[in-house]
Write a protein that binds this ligand. Structure first.
Ligand SMILES: [Ca+2]
Ligand SMILES: [Ca+2]
Ligand SMILES: [Ca+2]
Length: 264
């Protein structure tokens, strides 16, 4: 279903681009599509499903440059820059645009949110999963604190300053516009970290209250969010900046959201 919808979206974008460009440029899409990587970066994964696809994507994404936790500050200023104000970043859950210079730990500052809560697998902020930009986002200090290490699920009451996010005692539901972003970050972590590199094997499960176990829930909810909120230009640009300028690896589920269903 999603694959069909994604193809429709791309086909529509191409049709519009062709109309705008006129007949002389009809043979050349105006913008690159993520599928450009299928014959290169994803060459060994294309056509596979299930554990075979997961294994291929693990190998592909494990070839990466790792950065320090202190370097994450400047990286987030680039990856999450407000498209309409280059002095600001967009905060993940709240959706607010805030000055890059307000990075820190005080009220009104933004800090480095681990979307895969760092206590789930206890990886901390040493160079590794705790500094992997594919799941790190700028977030308001207080909203980040409210999310804490909760698993993801639907429901709860409104989070103050959370842009429409909801929470209850055991789970957090981000605003609609980033539900898919959150899901694809979680699925990236599950594929990237398989326990063979000195870190815990991170996996998605169907629970909340996962605590310090290396799991994140809930699988069915995250799958639905991936479907409801497909990748947009902000998320795709972010993936490209991480690939080009920092880690030189990609989040496969931003390029191929249908691979979520193919694996899980
Ligand atoms: Ca709950
Ligand atoms: Ca989104
Ligand atoms: Ca894993």
């Amino acid at each position: 279903m999603l694959a069909i919808r994604t193809r429709h979206r791309r086909a529509l974008a191409l049709a519009v681009a062709t109309l705008l460009a006129g007949p002389t440029l009809a043979a050349t899409p105006a913008t690159a599509t993520t599928t450009d990587y299928d014959s290169t970066y994803y060459k060994n994964a294309v056509g596979k499903t299930g554990t075979s696809l997961k294994s291929s994507l693990h190998t592909i994404t494990s070839s990466q440059t790792k950065i320090s936790y202190s370097a994450v500050w400047n990286a987030l200023m680039a990856t999450d820059q407000d498209p309409s104000n280059s002095s600001n970043v967009i905060l993940l859950y709240s959706g607010a645009s805030r000055s890059k210079s307000l990075n820190g730990g005080n009220t009104g500052d933004w800090n480095r949110e681990h979307v895969w809560a760092k206590s789930h697998g206890d990886f901390g902020t040493a160079t590794g999963p705790g500094t992997d930009l594919h799941h790190l986002r700028p977030e308001d200090v207080q909203v980040n604190s409210i999310r804490g290490n909760k698993d993801f699920d639907n429901g709860g009451s409104t989070v103050s300053g959370g842009g429409g996010s909801l929470t209850d005692s055991d789970s957090f539901e981000p605003r609609d516009a980033v539900k898919g972003d959150v899901a694809r970050m979680i699925f990236y972590m599950a594929v990237r970290y398989e326990g063979g590199d000195g870190w815990a094997d991170l996996e998605v499960n169907s629970s909340v209250n996962n605590g310090s176990n290396p799991y994140m829930g809930k699988l069915a909810v995250l799958k639905a969010w991936n479907d409801e909120d497909p990748p947009d230009a902000f998320e795709e640009r972010r993936n490209q900046v991480i690939y080009d300028s920092y880690q030189h690896n990609r989040n496969p589920f931003i390029d191929h959201p249908e691979w979520v269903e193919a694996i899980w």
